[in-house]
Design a protein around this ligand. Sequence first.
Ligand SMILES: Cc1ncc(COP(=O)(O)O)c(C=O)c1O
Length: 878
Amino acid sequence: MARCSCQPPKLGFESRRQASQFLQGGTSRKVATLGGQAQSGHGSDALGVIADARARAGEELALAARHLDPSLVDVLRILGFDREYTSARGSHLYDADGRAYLDFHTGEGFASLGHNHPGVREVLEAALAEDLVDGVQLHYSTLAGMLAEELSARLPRGLDAVFFASTGAEAVDSAMKFARAATRRPRLVSCDSGFHGVTLGPLSLVGDDFFKEGFGPLLPGCARVPFGDLDRLEAELRGKDVAAFIVEPIQGRLVSTPPAGYLEAAQALCRRYGTLFVVDEIQTGLGRTGRWFALEEWGLDPDFVLVGKALSGGAMPVAAMVTRRAIHDRAVGTLERCYVHQSTFGRNRLSMAAGLATLRIIERDGLVGHASRMGALLRDGLTELQGRYEMVKTVRGRGLMIGIELGAPSSRAARMSWRLIHLASEGLFPQLVVIPLHRDHGVITMAAGKNDVIKLLPPLTLSEDEARCFLAALDAVLADVHGGESRNWAVVRDIATATLRRRPAREAPAEPAPFRGGRIDPSCDDLCLVTGATGFIGGHIAQRLVAEGRHVRCLARPDSDTSLLERLGVEIAPGDLTSPRSLARAAAGCRHVVHCGALVSDWATADEIRRVNVEGTRNLLDASAVAAVERFVHFSTTDVYGYPGGRAVDEGHAATRFANWYARSKLEAEAEVRRAERAQGLDAVVLRPATVYGPRSTEVVGAIARAIRGRRMLLVGGGGAVAGLCYVDNLVDAALLALDHESAPGGTFNVSDGLDVTWRQFTDDLARGLGCPPVRRSLPYPLASGLGFSLEHGYRLLRRTTGLTAPPLLSRQAVDVLGRDQSFSARRAREVLGWAPRVGYAAGLDATLAWLNDEHHVVPTPALSSPQPCRSGGSRLP
Ligand SMILES: Cc1ncc(COP(=O)(O)O)c(C=O)c1O
């Protein structure tokens, strides 16, 4: 495999033996040469520290596994990053064999002047030689004042009060404290997917839950808004209790650039509401984006700028919080408070000297302009690669901060691998490129996190040769992995499989029950898995699919009534949404999944409901990803809107209150679907049916009919609310369009016939058809709601203590559905899918009554009836 073709400066070894002698300290001190320039080679010290380290070269991973973090050691081994790097100069690291690696990550921008810059080293050695005063807290060194002065000179006017810290997180934490103290306000706002460090303060601002899991509770009073969303930001600031809004001008995690006008408008909002505007330039600052500071692009004038990482040119820990004098003084500016915010190493002499060296080198060598030119060269090259390789989805960034977002390949084989890889870990896929770049081409890059982005942060000193060398290496890797056959796919698939195997088993192993019903030819390529098919809606869907000549497999719990499915001749896969193993078997070989299964319950516990509706959906999505399912139709419900009442509620409506656990769980399940869509490239469609009626609706229409026959039906608020009816065949039409229509993926669609029929009219019509008197008993909504709440909770308690299995007589969900207008606009389904209700109310009612009169629903009924208008397929608790 061709290695990177640029000429890294040689360390001057003729052979591996010579390299090894060098590492053992066996060659002369000035042996290594860099670009013809003599370098001081390996140092020595009387205490033998460096000599010992040299002698133990090769033990680093064993030592780390024993005394540091063995899981990181594992990751390095798995990815093949377990090299024995022995030295670093400029853009390259060198391993024990003298092999050079072009560093396109530089420790997340830390070594931005390249590794071991001789200019910084010279200043550090000079500072050490001076025997300067250090660590005396009641003392200010000239170096600290000079660095503060030089930093301020490069920032917008007025930013002239500096606090030095050792890490970026400490600088962020300082700004959080200063902003609170200066404004006397408690709250802090940051952005989703932002990153500000991992100590507890900054972690409270971080967007990704992944970093926070297990470390809570975090700081109270911290809220996040989407990056780019000014409305949400204003909503947070309006209360005038927010001390600071903290934002990265370009988000480092995914290299997300702000929408046009966003940062300027965010700054203006902060001014309007008295919130301090904090720009975190810890990653973007000091030339990285082709400007001294990224904020210059938008002419920002923030209240704080935070600097770190590159400030010491990759030599010393140093970071800075820079703010306005007035803010500084309001926060700590009294004699008594001058010592309340300090840091032992904050302004140590070596960090200050390295910071000054770095600023001067950037200035002297014109590295800001150079970064801009090299960035343009790289981005042009990457855009050209994007044109040739479908896997390169987007290229973005500024200067030498570049994100390459990869996308799903189109071939079926590669897509299957792609999904398996995403299932194992959301940040694994970029390794398909990162591993061979490193192993075969000696180029170091890094995946940006739990996403498909590869982040490039090469040194600002990058040469044109090195930039071209990187592009050539990436071109070769992309060409290799393009089709899906390369061994690199197998390498990453193996990592995915190993990762999945390492996950703690959640299920006790059990002998899987064999499939029943009509067996399906394994070679068929239109197999559709239906969940919830033993229920009302799922059963109708299975029936229609069979009628259309499609191959159908239905998931059925062992204790469910499968008589209809047996009559239909579908294949029955015994299983359960809570059993990932059963879902993996059921989904294998399926092209489509229609997910109607859910626990529709108004009195099960939140955990029970979430286990089926949220975790069950996630389990099914995971199984679908592994099976390379092409389209996933998810049945949700209009209950996710929280019963707002009113007319023609559309898909953009967001629930403003907690309604019940069922509605909440369906909303969370939708989020799972969208997550899988993004992470696993699944084509997904969400349908939100309203009140579905029709034959076999035992849980809704059947329950209402039983109550009417028993003269026990009760309306809410006189039955004047719109019932939101949708005839089941019309819903099935929508489901088929969701499966087949090319514009459906990514869409969420209300499905309702759009009738003005109220509950009073519907029950009157049913009563007439059943030969019963009309329903006239009714409770006012507030009374019914209170009663529903009490009964629901009372039943839950009884269920826990006595094992009662009957549902409550009335619940909040039933009261909300019966008492508030269920009027939902299906305009989007009409416009995008071309859907229209085929069966009108009169025909739907006739068919329903025919079924009711045939079935004779004369089961004894409780005193009050609370039919649960079934908003998705599913079943009650057993
Ligand atoms: C934007 C930003 N802020 C803060 C930090 C935290 O810096 P440190 O790791 O030095 O604490 C980082 C680190 O990656 C960062 O990228």
